[in-house]
Design a protein around this ligand. Sequence first.
Ligand code: ADP
Length: 345
Amino acid sequence: DEIARTTYGFVGADLGALVREAAMDALRRVLPDINLREGIPSEVLEKLTVSQDDFMSAMKRIQPSALREIMIQAPNVRWDDVGGLDEAQMKLKEGVELPLRAPQSFKRMGIRPAKGFLLFGPPGTGKTLLAKAVAREAEANFVATKSSDLLSKWYGESEQQVSRLFERARQVAPTVIFIDEIDSLAPARGGGLGEPAVTERVVNTLLAEMDGLEDMQGVVVMAATNRPNLLDPALLRPGRFDELVYVPVPDKKARLKILGIHTKKMPLAKDIDLDELAEQTVRFTGADLEDLTRRAGLIALRRSLDASDVTKGDFSKALQEVRPSVTPEMEQEYEEMLRTLRQES
Ligand code: ADP
């Protein structure tokens, strides 16, 4: 169980290699000059036990494949695929898309584009979607990672991973780097995932890399969090994540747009009124609305595999299955966080 928990990023082949390495360590303990070609005496094999320590020491030598290669993505999300979030979209178009598309114009005006953008808001409100759209619309590459990927404690190479990420991003610039769950890089305070020492080293490396990004190098860092109040304050200083972008729960107008986006390819019966549906889905996030339309489609198919469209009745049934993932208290908390963060910066 512990081994399973500490092998984050391991694919099947890595686990196979881990078991072999652990068994070899156990063998070496009893038979220091082991020669596999000569075979292993059966009395030795019978007494052999592989211990937890063998696994733990083997773990340090195996690099999980998932982290070995930094994946460059070319997302195909466009601004039109993002419903609502007008303010966030405007801020990102100006702050990320323009500098990446027209660095010369910024240079001519003698202004420095922001290096880091921190997106915050409840889960499922479109933070990842926004980051992908920015990259796509700026015709930039997209490199995404999660803080938990950077903090595998047996891996012990977290800082190198951060540096590699930036190196790759510069190589293929223009690039948008997206770091999800950035709050996991908070020191102690119960929010962090890794050992405090590892976390601190990762934050320092991240900050050093961001400080080292010269203007107009075509690399922009975007990070997302659901819990900005847990963030390491060092990350918010000027020249780092100096732009805060609030990604709120959609209001009715935004919900209508999001419903429109997710029903674009769905044959809707004439009795369906998306406006009314938007009215009925208070505090649904974009992800909740997507879930709702998918379920309505499934209900239609359950009615009949030959169903020609999705009806109001299907949506009514789906509405009984999906709850809004945001509570009024949560919404209020985010508004308060926004006020505090704006005061601090
Ligand atoms: P977050 O990163 O904020 O947790 P995501 O961007 O991963 O949320 O959203 C998950 C999915 O929910 C998206 O892939 C998209 O299908 C849908 N979604 C969320 N917000 C929106 C939105 N504003 N407009 C359209 N779809 C959305």
